[in-house]
Structures are given as structure tokens and as C-alpha cells.
Design a binder for this molecule. Structure first.
Ligand SMILES: Cc1cc2nc3c(=O)[nH]c(=O)nc-3n(C[C@H](O)[C@H](O)[C@H](O)COP(=O)(O)O)c2cc1C
Length: 732
């Protein structure tokens, strides 16, 4: 529950303050350029800390008959107001070493004036100032609730900066940039609030009054050395007001960061000193930190933080809209005690609701009595015959928010009749505890006397609609239904189907495998490792194939299964036939683009070599080592020409093969990898990447072998390289 309260608060605050935050941020972006543009002017005086105030005063007095003020601003520009020998007033920037006039203070541009007014008060005077202050406070609360969400998501404050799994662009960058700009945003918001409180006199700067006693004659004695001006450098000066007249009772007023001194104009003695209250110090710093005045670097940090806030607004709302689209389960048409089919859903952010709803509707369309609810609402179902649990996993293998109570009530709620069940886990292979909660639910149902499984637990990566449809097909057969799985659709943003022409198809080999080459009818940008999604008319279920790219054509290695709908569809194509499909980018399984990656190891078994057929011929200059496992020498024939050509041209550096049904020696790909430990260790040590494509069984064996190699050769478990994204897989 806690997570959703924080998420709800984060969202509510964002919605409530959207207009103010948006205006304050966009104007903040413009205003960040003001200190930058000021700093780029050439009035900056270096080494102010080496210039005595005493000397500066003397230099100015020599040059000008009357000096009114000298000021030093945050940009280290020295300005003064003087009367020249010919009686004209001169105001502007000066060189304190020579008292030479450098130039007039430039007018603040109208753009900055306008933007400052909008930023401070939205042109609504005090009301606007109040609203902006409130907006600033709300933004602070958004940053705070966002930090709590990150802590919860990362399972603890210690893991605040730990790696984030990238599942979704908006979500990933919202968290990554949120962490990086947290401190600047907290500073901007708190200083903004402070400045507003000052404006409304909630915080006051009560400076103590000076108290001078002129009856003390000692002041009149001249003491040119050892005075406060001697001991003060220009770097410590904010402003110096000169005495109004030569009258002995007129004095200098010297303002510094933390105090104000009245100094006798002849003796140089301190007549009075008042230290500023803490509030003055905080006000000065709030202004500097909020505006970036005087520091190009801080101004750039503020600028980046403002740009990030704009991105948070965009990505936050994008995530919300996506969640809202699937946020609710459909209203039940049939009472829980009447329904034969009960669907229980576990979901944290609503993604699973999409497929669950589609499944519910497909069952209704099939004429079945169905009841759908969340796992926490589990209760008795008098007429239930089938229970279907569809649940995601969160945290580190934990239950999603609406399923947290399910396991504790499962054994306390009595079901009168026997019920068959099936569990589908929704998760991500990027997490170590892949679909762990679904596993736990399945294990508990297995132990429950009232429930009998009718299918094994099915795990679904990344809400794959295709895998869910496959499961739905299997499940409907197991319960004797003829479900129209083509109805199970959630993706609202279906990519446009494109046409491809079959340009070649090899003979089928002894493993029932063949290679199909398709040419896109229109120019198309894609890479080896991307996926081709094809929907055969026969069952309307999309299949995904990992593809290689050779000279602009798509190469797919396909195993023909006796009853495989799609593999037979492909097998029955002839040259010149047109097919429709969608290319889905799969950036995590393309050849790495980073210049840091100098070498890759490509590991496949069987038809998993498909994407590598393109990669090994790719002109990308990385060193490529290919390991492939097949059954017999004849299995290799399909790919031999490509492999030999790549080895000859040098685009493939080495090739190692394992044959499992040749010469009575059962050699698998992990066995040849174990013999070539140095290649693996060398590649991983030098930031290289290992890419694995093929069966899940092969992947598991290979990962074990790789773990042994990294542990013995690099003294690190494989998980270290997995976290560095040096191990990428596309297995099925
Ligand atoms: C913070 C976080 C933690 C996650 N932890 C796991 C996990 O431990 N195991 C897993 O298989 N998936 C994990 N996932 C992936 C989700 O289960 C997956 O995205 C799922 O599709 C979400 O469905 P839902 O929106 O219906 O909850 C996690 C996702 C996030 C954002």
C-alpha cells in the first residue's frame, strides 16, 4: 500500500503544481542565461583578494575629487560612482588598480526583465509571488516523494544509486535523471521558498542599529596604518560608501558579507560594527544559489536541472497516461458465485490489466461466464471450475501492490469444490527474481487441496502479447474451449505492416531447417538482431523471428515444425511471394555501438545463428568470435558459405563449432566455450560483449560455463558482467 500512497502523492502534487512548475521552469531556463551572459563580459577583476581596500580608496581619491561609492558584485566586477575633475558624474565599472573607467553598466535586456517578472510573480504582483512560492514548495514535495519512490523501487536507501533496469524509456530516464538532479532541484526549490518568505516578511532581516559616541576625541587622531581598510581586501567588500562631507562626524560605511562597519574618515578607526543576523547570510546565499549569480558553472547546473524538470513533466505524464489506459479492470457482468471462470490479477502499475482484460473479453465472447478481480480480493467462488492467476512481480521478487494479501488469505478461504488452475507470471528477464511471485503463487496453489493444475506455470517477459496468446491457445485447448485468441490485443500503437518479397529460400536440411531471405519492398532501416513479427492468417497469432541483415535483405534461419503454423507458412513460400510483417527494433541485441567495445563473442545453437549471419558480415570494426552448436556436419552446410566468406574477409575473427550427434562425442556449445576460456576472459576484461541467441536450455548451460570462466579467470562472478550489460541474450 505504501508504494501507491507515495506514487499517488507524487502524481497529485505534480498535477496540482503543473502550471506553476512549467512556467517557473521555462522562465528559469531563460534566466539561467543571465548570469552566464554577465560573466562573459570583460569586467571581471582577477585576484581581488590581493588588493587592499586602503590602496583602492587612495587610488580613487587621487583620480577623482569626489567618490560616492565603490561596489564589488558577485561577478567580481568593481563598480563605482564618482565625480570627475571637470565635474561630471561617472557611474559604471572601474579597474580598482588604476581607478580607470572601464564602461557603463549595461542595461538588463527587456527579455530578462520580462522573464524575471514572470518568474517572480506571473505579473500578478503579490498574489503571483505567493503562487510561485507555493509552486516552489510543491516542487520540493514532488522531489521528496520522488526520492521515496526511488528508495522503495530500489529496495533501500543504500541502493539509491544502484543500477536501474531499463524497461521503458520514460520510466528509466525519469528515475536516472531524477537521481542526478535531486540536489540542484532541492536547492532551487528551498531557496525559492525562502526568497518568497522574505518577500512576505515571514522571515525578516532585522539589522541591529549602529551606536556611535562622537564625544570620544581619540577618534580624531590619524592612524593611516593598521586600520580596517589595510586589513580588508576587495574580495571581502560588498560596498563602501564614502563620507558625505569632510566633517569629522561623517564616516565611511563598509558593507561586507556578514557585517557592516562605520569607519572614521581620518583615523580609520571602527566607530561601530554590527554583525548581520543569520537571516541576511541565508538571504544572500539563497539569492546566489537560486539565480546562479556570479558562477557560470552553477548557472549551467541550474539550467540543466530546469531542462530535466521539463523532461520529468513530459515523462511523468507519459507514464501516467500509459498506466491510466490499463488502470482498471472491466466491470463484471456476472456475479462471482455464478462464474465458472475466475481470473485473478496481480499488478503494480496496471500493465498486466491490459492482457487480463483482453483475455476476459475473449472468454466472454466465447460465451463463458467469467469473473475478474484483483488477487487481494480473493474469496469463495461457489460455481468456479477454472481459476486463472495472471500476476506480475515487483521489488526483488515480491508481490505487486494488489496481490500482497493473497497468499495469507489463500488458506483461510474455504472453496467447497475442486478447482483447476493455471498461473501466468508477468515479469522481466532483466531481474534476477524473474516472475518469482508468480512462482510462489503457483507453489502455494499446488499445495492447496482444493486446486489442481491444468498447465505448468508460464512466465512472460515484457508483457509479450505474442507469448500470452500462445499460452492462451494452450490453455483453451487444455480446458476444451475454442478460444479466439486473435481477440487478445492490447497494443494500441501497432506498427504499420510492411511488405517483403521472398528473394531466396534454401533447401531444408536434415534438421528440418532452412534459411529464408526477404527483401523489403520499400527502403527500410533495421539492424541484425532486430525482430520480424509475422502474423499467419491461419491463427492470427504473431510470431517473432530474430533477423540478420545482409546487404539490405532480411535473413532468417527457421526450423520447420511438423505442426508449426508459422514455420510451415514460411516453408511453403516460393521466390517472388509477398509477405507482410513488422520490424521491431531490438537495440539491446544489436552489435554494440559504443567505441569502448572492441570485441564481441557471438554464441548460438541451431537456428539462433540467424542474427549472427548478418552480424558476422557487418563492416562494424569490432573483433567477432563465433561459437555455434549444431547436431551434425551436415547441419552446418546451411551457414558454411557465409561463415567461410566472413572468415576470409576478416569480418569474422574466429569460429568454433560443437556438434552434438557426430562421432559419438556429444559436444555442446558450452563445451567448446570451456575450451576457449582465454577468448571469453579477454573479451570481457576489455569491455567486450557476449551475445547469446538460441534455446533457453543452451543459454542456461552457457551462462553456467561463462560464470565458471569469469570466476576462475577474472575472479569475478558473471553477474558483475551481466550488470555491466556485457552479457546480452535473445533466447526462446
Ligand atoms: C521496480 C521494479 C521491480 C521489478 N522487479 C521484478 C522482479 O523482481 N522480477 C520480475 O520478473 N520482474 C520485475 N519487474 C518487472 C515487472 O514485473 C514487469 O514490468 C511487469 O510487466 C509489470 O506489470 P504490472 O505493471 O502489471 O505490475 C520489476 C519492475 C520494476 C519497475
Amino acid at each position: 500500500m505504501t508504494l501507491s500512497i507515495w506514487r499517488y502523492s507524487h502524481l497529485t502534487l505534480a498535477l496540482a503544481s503543473f502550471v506553476f512548475v512549467f512556467l517557473a521552469t521555462t522562465t528559469g531556463i531563460v534566466l539561467a542565461f543571465q548570469p552566464i551572459s554577465e560573466q562573459l563580459q570583460s569586467y571581471k577583476i582577477e585576484a581581488l583578494d590581493q588588493l587592499d581596500l586602503d590602496q583602492t580608496v587612495a587610488t580613487f581619491k587621487r583620480q577623482y575629487p569626489e567618490v560616492i561609492t565603490i561596489e564589488v558584485d558577485a561577478n567580481q566586477f568593481v563598480s563605482a560612482s564618482v565625480i570627475t575633475k571637470n565635474g561630471t558624474a561617472l557611474n559604471g565599472y572601474f579597474n580598482p588598480k588604476t581607478a580607470a573607467f572601464l564602461g557603463e553598466k549595461p542595461e538588463v535586456s527587456n527579455l530578462f526583465k520580462f522573464t524575471t517578472n514572470l518568474h517572480r510573480s506571473l505579473f500578478l504582483k503579490s498574489t503571483g509571488r505567493f503562487l510561485v512560492g507555493l509552486g516552489s514548495f510543491l516542487l520540493f514535495l514532488i522531489a521528496f516523494s520522488g526520492s521515496i519512490l526511488i528508495i522503495k523501487r530500489q529496495s533501500g536507501i543504500k541502493r539509491f544509486f544502484a543500477k536501474i533496469v531499463k524497461e521503458d524509456f520514460s520510466q528509466y530516464w525519469h528515475v536516472v535523471l531524477g537521481r542526478l538532479s535531486l540536489i540542484p532541484i532541492v536547492i532551487i526549490t528551498l531557496t525559492g521558498v525562502y526568497l518568497s518568505l522574505l518577500k512576505f516578511d515571514v522571515i525578516t532581516e532585522d539589522k541591529p542599529a549602529h551606536n556611535i559616541d562622537f564625544s570620544n576625541n581619540a577618534f580624531a587622531e590619524k592612524q593611516p596604518d593598521g586600520t580596517v581598510f589595510n586589513a580588508t581586501t576587495l574580495a571581502q567588500v560588498v560596498s563602501l560608501e564614502f563620507p558625505f562631507s569632510e566633517d569629522e562626524e561623517d564616516y565611511y560605511t563598509l558593507k561586507q558579507d556578514s557585517k557592516e562597519l562605520l569607519v572614521h574618515q581620518y583615523s580609520g578607526q571602527i566607530l561601530s560594527q554590527v554583525n548581520y543576523p543569520m537571516t541576511t547570510f541565508l538571504s544572500d546565499w539563497s539569492l546566489v544559489l537560486h539565480t546562479g549569480k556570479g558562477s557560470i558553472w552553477w548557472s549551467i547546473v541550474l539550467l540543466i536541472a530546469c531542462l530535466n524538470i521539463l523532461f520529468f513533466i513530459y515523462s511523468g505524464f507519459k507514464m501516467t497516461i500509459k498506466r491510466r489506459q490499463n488502470a482498471v479492470l472491466p466491470k463484471n457482468k456476472i456475479a462471482k458465485d455464478t462464474a465458472e471462470y475466475i481470473i485473478l490479477v496481480g499488478s503494480e502499475t496496471g500493465s498486466t490489466y491490459g492482457l487480463a482484460t483482453a483475455f476476459y473479453k475473449a472468454l466472454l465472447a466465447n460465451g463463458q461466464s467469467v469473473f475478474i478481480t484483483d488477487l487481494n480480493s480473493y474469496t469463495t467462488y461457489k460455481n468456479a471450475k477454472q481459476l486463472i492467476v495472471l500476476t506480475s512481480t515487483y521489488g526483488e521478487g515480491e508481490a505487486p501492490i494488489n496481490a500482497k494479501q493473497f497468499l495469507s488469505v489463500l488458506n483461510t478461504v474455504p472453496q467447497k469444490q475442486q478447482i483447476q488452475y493455471a498461473v501466468v507470471g508477468f515479469g522481466s528477464l532483466n531481474y534476477a527474481a524473474y516472475c518469482k511471485y508468480a512462482q510462489l503463487v503457483d507453489a502455494n496453489l499446488q499445495l492447496h487441496p482444493q486446486f489442481q493444475p491444468n498447465l505448468e506455470l508460464c512466465k512472460i517477459h515484457n508483457q509479450s502479447e505474442m507469448d500470452f496468446k500462445k499460452w492462451a491457445l494452450q490453455w483453451s485447448k487444455s480446458v476444451g474451449l475454442d478460444l479466439d485468441v486473435a481477440r487478445i490485443k492490447v497494443s494500441s500503437t501497432q506498427r504499420k505492416q510492411l511488405a517483403f518479397t521472398v528473394v531466396s529460400k534454401t533447401e531444408i536440411n536434415i534438421d528440418n531447417t532452412f534459411v529464408l531471405t526477404l527483401k523489403p519492398n520499400k527502403r527500410l532501416s533495421f539492424k541484425s538482431g532486430d525482430l520480424l513479427s509475422v502474423i499467419p492468417e491461419q491463427d492470427g497469432v504473431a510470431r517473432l523471428y530474430s533477423i540478420g541483415k545482409i546487404g539490405g535483405a532480411i535473413v532468417i534461419s527457421i526450423k520447420k515444425h511438423e505442426f508449426g503454423v508459422c514455420s510451415n507458412y514460411f516453408y511453403n513460400l516460393t521466390i517472388g511471394d509477398q509477405i507482410k510483417g513488422v520490424i521491431k527494433p531490438n537495440p539491446t541485441f544489436n552489435l554494440p555501438k559504443s567505441k569502448r567495445v572492441k570485441s564481441v563473442v557471438l554464441i548460438a545453437n541451431g537456428t539462433g545463428i540467424g542474427p549472427f549471419l548478418g552480424m558476422m558480415q557487418d563492416t562494424n570494426p569490432v573483433v567477432k568470435h563465433l561459437f555455434w552448436g549444431g547436431r551434425t556436419t551436415q547441419s552446418l552446410q546451411l551457414y558454411k558459405t557465409s561463415i567461410d566468406a566472413s572468415l576470409n574477409s576478416g569480418s569474422l575473427t574466429s569460429f568454433n563449432m560443437a556438434l552434438s550427434q557426430e562421432n559419438n562425442t556429444r559436444l555442446y556449445v558450452q563445451d567448446v566455450i570451456a575450451k576457449q576460456q582465454s577468448i571469453i576472459a579477454e573479451v570481457l576484461k576489455n569491455n567486450g560483449v557476449i551475445m547469446i541467441c538460441g534455446s533457453i536450455a543452451m543459454q542456461n548451460q552457457v551462462l553456467d560455463t561463462l560464470n565458471q570462466i569469469t570466476t576462475s579467470r577474472l575472479q569475478q562472478p558473471l553477474s558483475v558482467f551481466e550488470h555491466n550489460n556485457q552479457i546480452v541474450t535473445d533466447c526462446y
